[in-house]
Design a protein around this ligand. Structure first.
Ligand SMILES: [Zn+2]
Length: 86
């Protein structure tokens, strides 16, 4: 079983540490990978934050909240927490 976490990625996270400005994703072009709507932030399932940022940079991940929830429902994920949430 592979364990993934949810990461929130902002446009500035994608640009951070990049020496080539053309790799940076400007806020005006930061879009959901599914519905293509502009998103102030995207959600990614990944094993680490670095992996999540890399996936967004390569255009392989990054969904708005609504599309991300649809994905979780489609994947029928189990949510494991460290403490009771109710
Ligand atoms: Zn979307």
């Amino acid at each position: 079983m592979v364990r993934y976490k949810v990461f929130v990625i902002y446009p500035e996270d994608v640009c951070r540490g990049e020496s080539k400005p053309d790799i940076c994703i400007d806020e005006s072009t930061f879009k959901c990978g599914s519905c293509n709507w502009y998103a102030g932030r995207v959600f990614v399932l990944a094993r680490s934050r670095d992996e999540a940022i890399e996936l967004v940079k390569r255009g392989l991940a990054g969904l708005c909240a609504e599309c991300f929830l649809d994905l979780l429902i489609d994947l029928n994920v189990d949510i494991e927490t460290k403490e009771e949430i109710y």
